[in-house]
Design a protein around this ligand. Structure first.
Ligand code: CP3
Length: 357
């Protein structure tokens, strides 16, 4: 099936096809580490910046221009759809998503009506359409996975323990599954609208899925994420499924139906490769804290990632170079510029233990 940018290194690597360079992009490449971002971002809430299509377009383009990455990721947030349908979400600087009236019972399901992308998030569609005319590289659509979005709606703010979320799944299964189903539908409608508007790939962020045991993930979360990824399969765009701390879940994360599994820095890519069925591709996994430490440690770690990723020889899963999680605000953009140069100038398969030492 022909989808946008089918011949790009990024889409080809997602599909496990041979590439001449290892493609690279960075989660949170648009954001506070860039002076040009801080300059245009303004002081309002990030949800307002996202709702300004011209601003969101410019911010999405900034890292593409500065770094020369092989893909752009839409400047938006995993909370955009729930915010747009009026659940009462904001994103507090330095904190993350906060919810005025957290989800606590069956009555709250009504606050999660279906998303009508053209009416509820017209600014997202306008941003995507602007971007596909401006960009030379693929644009990645994204959504928050049902579990990670639910964790914010239930806890009301970022959590370490997910104590309320786990209480709901283990004490009121039918309500839990109805909540998962509504959040799956929001993710599906949001992703489809971004892909219809021209996005070339889709990433499902289940950032906090690693808080769950494999048994709980399989029972309480996998069905909803499988529904999301299955619903966009027919679009033909590559699907990336990412979470942090998911080493024990890689097989399930792949089983949900993704061409690409995102790997954080805790698991070497060669080891991750042995835990996913061939020909699943991998995305990752340079430690963002090492990048923030400066060029020399970053160079060594990046070459190790390339070596373990194994390049894109075709015929087995490919490798998309990325960080293991988002760019940290304290990162020097010059270090990321050099990472892109290094990845692009190292022929796939050429990084060896000697080049890394
Ligand atoms: O380049 C990009 O990736 C930009 C697009 C993007 C943002 N958020 C913009 C943003 C993406 C893909 C996200 C996804 C997102 N949002 C996730 C999944 C990715 C991940 O990191 O695991 C999550 C968990 C969120 C929720 C969220 N939004 C958090 C935890 C925060 C940080 C709060 C803070 O201030 O530290 C946000 C805010 C946010 N979203 C920022 C950006 C650039 C920074 C704040 C700002 O500029 O106001």
């Amino acid at each position: 099936m022909s989808t946008p940018h089918s011949d790009s290194a990024f889409v080809r690597a997602c599909r496990g096809e041979r590439t001449d360079v290892t493609p690279v992009w960075f989660m949170r490449q648009a954001g506070r580490s860039l002076p040009e971002y801080r300059e245009v971002r303004g002081t309002g809430t990030i949800l307002r910046a996202i709702a300004d299509a011209d601003l969101a377009t410019e911010i999405t383009l900034q890292p593409v221009h500065r770094y020369g990455v092989d893909a752009a990721i839409l400047y938006s947030d995993i909370m955009t759809p729930v915010h747009a349908i009026g659940f009462g979400v904001d994103i507090a600087p330095g904190v993350g998503p906060v919810v005025e009236h957290p989800f606590s019972g069956r009555d709250d399901l009504e606050r999660l009506r279906p998303l009508d992308p053209a009416a509820d998030t017209p600014y997202v569609l306008e941003t995507v359409r602007n971007l596909v005319t401006e960009l030379q590289v693929p644009l990645i659509a994204f959504a928050g996975a049902p579990f990670t979005v639910a964790s914010y709606l239930i806890e009301g703010r970022p959590s370490r323990t997910y104590v309320r979320t786990k209480a709901l799944m283990h004490t009121d299964e039918s309500l839990w599954f109805e909540l998962m189903d509504r959040l799956a539908d929001l993710a599906i409608d949001s992703l489809r609208s971004q892909i219809d508007a021209g996005a070339a790939a889709a990433q499902l962020f289940d950032s906090w899925a690693g808080a769950l045991s494999p048994a709980d993930y399989e029972r309480f979360v996998l069905p909803a994420s499988t529904k999301v990824l299955g619903a966009i399969e027919a679009t033909g765009v590559p699907r990336i499924h990412f979470g942090v701390n998911t080493a024990e879940l890689f097989d399930l994360i792949a089983a949900a139906g993704a061409e690409v599994v995102g790997v954080d820095w805790r698991t070497p890519l060669d080891r991750a490769r042995s835990r996913v069925p061939a020909p699943t591709s991998l995305q990752g996994n340079l430690d963002p804290a090492i990048v923030a430490a400066g060029w020399e440690p970053t160079r060594v770690a990046a070459l190790d990632v390339l070596r373990r990723g194994g390049g894109n020889p075709g015929g087995r899963g490919g490798h998309v170079f990325n960080l293991g999680h988002g760019v940290l605000p304290e990162t020097d953009p010059a270090t990321l510029e050099r990472v892109v140069e290094l990845v692009h100038s190292t022929p796939p398969g050429a990084a060896t233990e000697e080049t890394a030492s």
